[in-house]
Design a protein around this ligand. Structure first.
Ligand code: BGC
Length: 734
């Protein structure tokens, strides 16, 4: 349809029909499906149901086709439904969780993963995915750090844009779906790391640090945006007219459809800014929220609000038009079934090519934090290795958002090792449960499988196995329901049962490698002391087992870099490398800086910093050279280093560029990531890496809230993690 035809359609629609386009219902109105939020009776009538323009979490080619056919035939203007789902890190073929994808520092790979997810989901009838999540995260207690690509706005922006490109293509080709950017805005900074809690951000911090990644996704053409649950400056986002109209639309240029988060319109009541669902509906539509996800507010109250003259019908028309435009962009008026096809589902879901892509992404997302005495790689057939721990024979490797995956499709580490290695050299034991018996888990996306294990027997069996082995690989970590939505944690250590396993094994065999499964940075102090090697596997997805087996035995080398630091302790949180300097900076010398900004009883810095990650080889980086020392608005500086593989194996290094503005009209971060390059080098090989520095990279929100650069001195750092001191200085001329 063209715009004129859409306008004509809108003009013919009744008020009820128009409101219907603004309502999204969950799958349980269509005989079940996955629930991702509080479920309940919304008190809707048959008419509300028959006009609701969208469903959430209804999947499957046959199901969506049937529903679409019946709905469209019955609808007064035959307007098709739009199906939306959470395809976060894959549909049936599951990729590593987004935080792990951030560690690849490889937007092309992330784009490829999104494109695989889109192909599979489109074949199952999905039109829109609630991804990317571009929320900046600085507090590992918050469970949803797992869905973010990390603590850096620049990296997050690249990743969010890559996901948008991967999902959407040009939205015309087969196998594409629309993206929905979330959660606008600032959802990643809840007080105390507690999900849904209040967010306190200064306007400057919001604009400087939190908005850029959303902006990158908007610039990449994301079709939809979702509001966040939190308050910002004490106004819940879903009622925040300034945020949605002035910032999102006018300042950031978003002109697509805006959806609330699950039930967030109704939640304006418990937030205490609306006295009932009617007022909630009024506030949200005035803020410019086009679609109400799973709350009765729009469906039950917008009509009366218009009839009473409290809401201008123009607002309904504006929102309805955006929803029609989205359906039109997806071609649903011409083909309401879009790509939903049983044959394509059979051919595409979990096909070899998709599994390979998921495995490749997993291999590149693993982060090697420590590797003393060359614990890794293991030497196939030459040493006896005991694989011990509750994640050895465990198929729950996809993270809590992989809600459409089947755990049976996931390859456990044990299965992959048995296939890859000769039986005589490897042995397996669980050693402990994943969770302490009294651990608190509220089953959320999926039920927690019962863990049946005789704990004492399992532990003694593991100790015996460890005693007789040359090396031990301990597969430990957190339960998948410990990260994700509503899964904040107050402590970041291993469960007691796994800690006990580590302690006991360490008494009989010190050649320990810990492979860590998690959806967030954890407190690894004790693991760091007891293990000679630590490999972070995150929740690696469907092909996590084979990817790990290959990595552990050196068929490929780890190359991931932390997209979020591992703190020394939970008490350091929130934590991020690009902090302000303070008036009493602390550089690490505890004796000299009695009055520095630090703790008396623990280190000031993380255990493993942002950007850090080892490989099976070592790299050196030459001093930085600049082709000139003065930058002007219309010139650039070339900053170069030479990177050399100084070890004995091939490896890939991510060379990172950070810049510090030495003096600004407002305090500036101690350094900020401005670029990175990946180089793969053979032993002894050396390559030059060059970054081009331009004035636009130096801009920020100045004292007058203008986005400008300020002349003066800058420091530039190039190295292999965010702590590098390999630096040079230049001046920006007025
Ligand atoms: C989450 C969103 C998600 C939505 C739909 C909400 O609870 O915050 O991220 O997209 O549910 O499942």
């Amino acid at each position: 349809m063209n715009q004129q035809q859409l306008k004509e359609l809108l003009a013919q629609m009744s008020l009820e029909e128009k409101i219907g386009q603004l309502v999204q219902l969950p799958a349980y109105f269509q005989n079940g499906g996955t629930i991702t939020g509080p479920a309940g009776d919304l008190g809707l009538t048959q008419e509300d149901l028959s006009l609701a323009g969208s469903y959430l979490s209804v999947i499957g080619a046959e199901k969506t086709r049937t529903l679409q056919e019946e709905y469209t035939a019955a609808h007064p203007h035959h307007i098709p439904l739009i199906f939306m789902d959470d395809i976060i890190n894959g549909y049936r073929t599951v990729f590593p969780v987004p935080l792990a994808q951030g560690c690849t520092f490889n937007p092309d790979l992330v784009q490829q993963g999104a494109s695989v997810a889109a192909k599979e989901a489109a074949a199952s009838g999905v039109h829109v995915t609630f991804s990317p999540m571009a929320d900046l995260v600085r507090d590992a207690r918050w469970g949803r750090v797992m869905e973010s690509t990390g603590e850096d706005a620049y990296l997050n922006g690249l990743m969010a844009a890559a996901m948008v490109r991967g999902y959407q293509g040009d939205l015309k080709e087969k196998g594409t779906i629309a993206g929905c950017l979330k959660h606008f805005a600032g959802y990643g900074a809840p007080e105390g790391g507690r999900d849904y809690a209040n967010v306190e951000l200064s306007l400057r911090t919001l604009k400087e640090d939190y908005l850029p990644a959303y902006k990158a996704a908007i610039d990449a053409g994301v079709a939809m945006v979702m509001t966040s649950f939190n308050t910002l400056d004490r106004v819940p986002s879903t009622a925040n007219k300034w945020l949605m109209r002035d910032i999102l639309r006018d300042e950031m240029g978003f002109d697509g459809a805006l959806i609330s988060d699950w039930g967030a319109v109704g939640e304006l009541v418990p937030h205490g800014v609306a006295q009932d669902f009617a007022q909630a509906a009024q506030l949200a539509i005035e803020a410019g929220v086009d679609m109400d996800m799973v709350s009765p507010s729009y469906a039950k109250h917008l009509k009366t609000l218009v009839e009473e003259g409290k809401v201008d019908e123009k607002l309904i028309d504006e929102s309805c038009m955006r929803m029609l435009e989205l359906k039109n962009k997806l071609g649903l008026f011409e083909n309401p079934f879009r790509d939903a096809a049983k044959e394509d589902e059979d051919a595409l879901l979990l096909c070899e090519e998709h599994r390979k892509a998921a495995q490749d992404c997993a291999e590149k997302s693993f982060v090697l934090l420590k590797n003393e005495e060359n614990m890794l790689p293991l030497r196939s057939g030459q040493e006896k290795v005991a694989f011990i721990g509750p994640f050895v024979n465990n198929k729950f490797l996809c993270g809590s958002w992989a809600i459409f995956s089947d755990d049976q499709d996931t390859v456990a580490l044990k299965d992959a090792l048995e296939k890859q290695e000769s039986d005589s050299c490897i042995s397996f034991a669980a050693g402990s449960r994943v969770m302490d018996g009294d651990g608190v888990v509220q089953g959320f996306q999926k039920q927690i499988p019962e863990e049946t294990l005789d704990e004492e027997f399992a532990l003694s069996q593991a100790i015996e196995m460890a005693r007789g082995a040359d090396k031990v690989v301990l597969a430990l970590g957190e339960h998948r329901e410990f990260s994700g939505e509503a899964s904040s944690r107050g402590s970041l250590t291993l469960p007691r049962c796994q800690q006990r396993l580590l302690d006991e094994v360490a008494k009989v065999n010190q050649n320990i490698t810990v492979v860590l499964f998690c959806g967030r940075p954890m407190d690894l102090r004790d693991v760091h002391n007891k293990a000679k090697a630590i490999l972070v596997a995150w929740f690696p997805g469907t092909e996590g087992g084979p990817a790990l087996a290959r990595t552990l035995y050196g068929h490929c080398a780890p190359q991931g870099k932390l997209s979020m630091a591992f703190p020394f302790s939970v008490s350091q949180l929130p934590l991020h490398y690009n902090q302000l300097s303070t008036g009493r900076p602390f550089h690490g010398d505890y004796k000299a800086a009695r009055f520095g900004s630090k703790y008396q009883d623990m280190p000031r810095f993380p255990l493993y910093p942002f950007g850090f990650g080892l490989s099976y080889t070592t790299f050196s980086c030459s001093p930085v050279t600049l082709d000139k020392a003065v930058l002007t608005k219309d010139s650039s500086i070339k900053a170069r280093v030479s990177v050399k593989n100084t070890g004995n194996a091939e490896g890939t290094e991510t060379v990172q560029l950070y810049i510090r503005d030495m003096v600004g009209s407002v305090a500036r971060p101690v350094r900020e990531l401005k670029g990175f390059r990946q180089v793969t080098l053979q032993p002894g090989e050396e390559k030059e890496v060059c970054f081009e520095i331009t004035e636009d990279m130096l801009r920020f929100w100045d004292i007058h809230m203008n986005y400008v650069s300020e002349p003066g001195e800058f420091q530039l750092f190039i190295g292999t993690d965010s702590t590098t001191e390999n630096k040079a200085s230049f001046t920006l001329e007025a």
